[in-house]
Design a protein around this ligand. Structure first.
Ligand SMILES: Nc1nc2c(ncn2[C@@H]2O[C@H](COP(=O)(O)OP(=O)(O)OP(=O)(O)O)[C@@H](O)[C@H]2O)c(=O)[nH]1
Ligand SMILES: [Mg+2]
Length: 638
């Protein structure tokens, strides 16, 4: 057998072993550390954060125990019980009950519990136990429990529950060892599995409650003050009816200030590097098509998007810190009343906040909302939240048109305008939600039931990995979608060349130029010139592409001397202020993202809602831009 054949056969054997490897399902209440444990076992980097409802999909991975036994492992959305109320809980129920098509029930259930809150967590354990699957109880977060002086007799608990009980610390290296040992002890696992489904509904809440109390009395001793005193103290301030909202507003405000002020130096650095590199390429290459593709197409296009990496990372730094320290559910509580006014539940807060990163995870996170009508409205307004792909567009226009001035000596004017744009998104989302409430009929307001986790310092590793993932996503987009579109756009903008005696730059006569000039008929009433119209088209694939497209279009529109200039001064010189404002308004509303629409279709199970979303957003965008353009033109006489 040759080396290659041998490798192929080894790979095939490995694949066969994994295919036959028993399946471990990680199950437990929300926020008890299932995903952290999953990452520790498999080396994966699934999202871990300090609030309930982070995981909303079934994720699969693999690992081997120290004795070399292979396992497949499933990370699942958290659930308080197996009688599912929300779409994400349904996923969990279906997986453990073996209801998913083509997938048997897991071979072992590892029930992950928060050791500091067994009273709540054990209910689910007892419920799962009735399924009759082999089980292990993982007492997670024992580090915190020990610090608070909670002592749990694992042996006694194991005897009472009739399953192995192990202690884990999912956020520490080696914190999963005891679980691996317990899995080895179970090896080999029996092939026969009970019919798990039968037991799901036959549960009496009172009996379960009683049993939990009995077991806790036996196995757990809490010191008199086992609650987290610090969390209570912080909450007294943060959830204060007056101070709370003020703190929230100040916090949000500071984030946008930081996005502009902190990012300046690294942005200048990237911009200078791109410019410098462009100049080098220009000097080194003879004038011609290839040089134009490299300098105007790739560097002018993709390079002008790359500059925004620091701002995106700063925004995410704040979002990640807030997610990991446990503040988010508090913000949801503070805003519950306000959101109730427009017919949304406080539960919509986290999906909407996620939409600041990108509407796609936001729309998916709406799975944690129980009421179908609330869920639909949340999905419909999620894309109005300012996703990070809009940031480059906003930042470019703001930097070009809003002077870099300080207000009251400390606040940056540019940061203020950015804050206003984010606020415009939030405000219109609330207005649209209110409209839906009127159209669909109001719901009876349900009380918000959300767990408030204990605060903790953000884990540096989570933070680092989160930022790294973001940077990777952004750079991959720049390197793939944006780069490809830029090359395509450069091509469309370069051919056919200018006719004899042309008075405009060649792009004017190109295919893209013809398209742009055609679209100008539709967009001229809102102040867009043909160059902007060209950029809107590839911008449909992903919003930030519009910035790259403007980069390419204007690089090709320049003649001779001006060629080396970067995008920002060019648009500052060639657009009137009302046009810039109108484009900002357009970007607050326009549904410029195909992937969001397709996710909406998937999550709502209906093309109608995706079309409705696209329709209402286009209409709003056109209207907002029209008003902005007309009013500002009248005021400034532009
Ligand atoms: N101190 C400590 N923190 C932990 C431990 N395990 C998890 N955490 C933290 O607990 C929080 C929740 O962790 P996740 O892994 O996201 O919890 P989950 O069970 O997957 O949550 P959902 O996906 O929302 O159901 C995060 O802030 C983790 O860093 C642990 O053993 N000790
Ligand atoms: Mg999770």
């Amino acid at each position: 057998m040759g080396v290659v054949e041998k490798q192929i056969s080894q790979a095939a054997t490995a694949a066969a072993v994994t295919a036959r490897a028993p399946i471990v399902a990680l199950l437990g209440n929300p926020n008890c550390g299932k995903t952290a444990l999953f990452n520790r076992l498999t080396g994966a980097r699934q999202k871990v954060a300090n609030y309930a409802g982070v995981t909303i999909e079934r994720k699969e991975g693999q690992f081997s125990t120290s004795a070399g036994h292979p396992f497949r492992v499933l990370d699942l959305p958290g659930a308080y019980s197996l009688s599912a109320h929300t779409p994400d809980e349904e996923i969990t129920r279906d997986v453990v009950a073996g209801l998913r098509r083509g997938e048997a029930a897991p071979d072992v259930v590892v029930c992950v519990v928060n050791a500091t809150n067994l009273r709540l967590n054990l209910r689910l354990v007892l419920e799962i136990k009735r399924l009759g699957l082999p089980m292990i109880l993982a007492l997670n977060m024992v580090d915190v429990a020990k610090k608070r002086g909670i002592s749990i007799d694992a042996d006694l608990l194991s005897r009472e529950l009739g399953m192995p009980v192990v202690e884990t610390v999912a956020v520490q290296a080696g914190g999963e060892k005891s679980l691996l040992r317990a899995l080895d002890m179970m090896w080999p696992l029996s092939e026969t599995r009970p019919n798990a489904l039968a037991a799901i509904d036959a549960v009496s809440v009172e009996d379960t409650q009683r049993e939990v109390r009995r077991i806790l009395d036996l196995a757990v001793s809490n010191p008199p003050h086992a609650t987290d005193g610090l969390t209570e103290k912080i909450d007294n301030v943060v959830l204060h009816p007056v101070l709370g909202p003020v703190i929230l507003a100040v916090l949000m405000f500071l984030v946008f200030q930081a996005v502009f002020t902190w990012a300046q130096a690294p942005m200048d650095f990237i911009k200078d590097s791109v410019d410098h590199f462009g100049a080098l390429v220009k000097d080194a290459m003879p004038d011609g098509l290839l040089r134009s593709l490299l300098v105007e197409g790739i560097l002018g296009g993709a390079g002008s998007v790359l500059v925004f990496l620091p701002q995106i990372l700063i925004l995410f730094f704040f979002i990640l810190v807030l997610e990991d320290c446990g503040y988010l559910p508090r913000a949801a509580f503070l805003l519950d009343r306000l959101m109730g006014g427009v017919g949304l539940s406080g539960r919509a807060f986290i999906p909407l906040l996620s939409s600041f990163a990108c509407a796609i995870p936001g729309v998916m996170a709406a799975r944690t909302i129980q009421n179908p009508r609330d869920r639909l409205v949340t999905i419909m307004i999620a894309p109005l939240m300012t996703c990070s792909a809009r940031l480059p567009v906003y930042a470019l226009i703001i930097a070009a048109f809003i002077p870099e001035r300080e207000v009251y000596g400390v606040l940056s004017l540019q940061g203020l305008v950015l804050f206003a744009l984010y606020f415009a998104g939030i405000f219109s989302a609330m207005a649209v939600a209110y409209f839906f409430k009127r159209a669909l009929g109001a719901n009876r307001k349900q009380p918000l039931m959300l767990e408030l986790p204990a605060y903790h310092w953000p884990h540096m590793q989570n933070l680092g990995l989160g930022l790294w993932e973001r940077a990777k996503i952004f750079l991959t987009r720049v390197g793939t979608v944006i780069l490809t579109l830029m090359v395509l756009l450069w091509f469309l903008s370069s051919f056919p060349g200018a006719p004899e005696g042309a008075t405009h730059p060649p792009i004017y006569y190109s295919l893209a130029g013809i398209l742009g000039r055609g679209l100008e008929y539709i967009f001229a009433p809102i102040g867009f010139n043909w160059q902007i119209c060209i950029a809107l088209v590839p911008g449909l694939a992903a919003r930030e592409v519009a910035v790259g497209a403007l980069g390419t279009v204007y690089a090709l529109s320049q003649t001779g001397e001006e060629l080396a200039q970067s995008l920002q001064p060019i648009i500052a010189a060639s657009w009137a202020l009302p046009t810039a404002l109108s484009l900002l308004a357009w970007y607050v509303f326009a549904p410029q993202c195909m992937s969001t629409l397709s996710v909406v279709r998937r999550e709502t199970g209906s093309t109608r809602y995706a079309l409705l979303m696209a329709g209402y957003m286009f209409a709003l965008a056109y209207l907002a831009s029209f008003l902005t353009f007309r009013i500002s033109s009248a005021l400034i006489g532009g």
